[in-house]
Design a binder for this molecule. Sequence first.
Ligand SMILES: *Cc1c(COP(=O)(O)O)cnc(C)c1O
Length: 246
Amino acid sequence: MTEESSIATRLVQVQEKIRSAALRAGRDPESVSLLPVSKTFGEEAIREIVRAGVHRLGENKAQEIRSKYEPLADCGIDWVMIGHLQTNKAKDIARMASEVQSLDRMELAIALDRRLQQEGRAIDTLVQVKTSIEPSKYGLPPDELSAFLRRLVHETPTLRVRGLMTLAINVPSQEAVRACFRTLRELRDRIQDEAIDGIELDRLSMGMSGDFEIAIEEGSTEVRIGTAIFGGRIYGSDYYWPEGKA
Ligand SMILES: *Cc1c(COP(=O)(O)O)cnc(C)c1O
């Protein structure tokens, strides 16, 4: 099997596993979508997944979206930013990304909004919440979410908040991982009860190659899958959490 055909094959296998996990959890398989994560993979691999019908891809670095944007412009890809975003990269993201899932602070929201206004665009946004006690993890502390959302409604009109995103703790314990996903869902339910005007939290982006079945059991509406589709990367966990404490 060539590297190429194996991406398409693994895509179908992952889609099937998502479907089975949803059914086992008593959920409608249509309620869980897949965001393939193409970080560290190049044009060849991406063109293969585009041929397999994927037009929405996650990336965790602004520089990587920028370097793939032009060469792959003919593919009509919606680029989704899922990684830690520095404020000084807001301009590129406002121009090239269709969505940001890693919004975690007001300074970034304001920078993105200003650039989006200049571009005349508005984008869907998920707020990344920190659901584990790991010191190296990005994300807004859960107890700050309500106030944060209220500020977004008033101050950043180009960011359409659609839901929440989290990364689970990076440990073997399935129960610890599950607790992170459950924390996000329960937080979402509590905030939804507050019925903040202009805020919809229908989407929960949680689950990666190693833990997506647990995430689906806990209510994920979107799993972000890299390795299980594209194959292994040569990077360790410091690539997810670049400040390198992991
Ligand atoms: C890399 C990455 C993923 C996908 O991880 P895999 O383990 O390769 O499936 C998901 N979410 C974020 C934020 C990532 O950086």
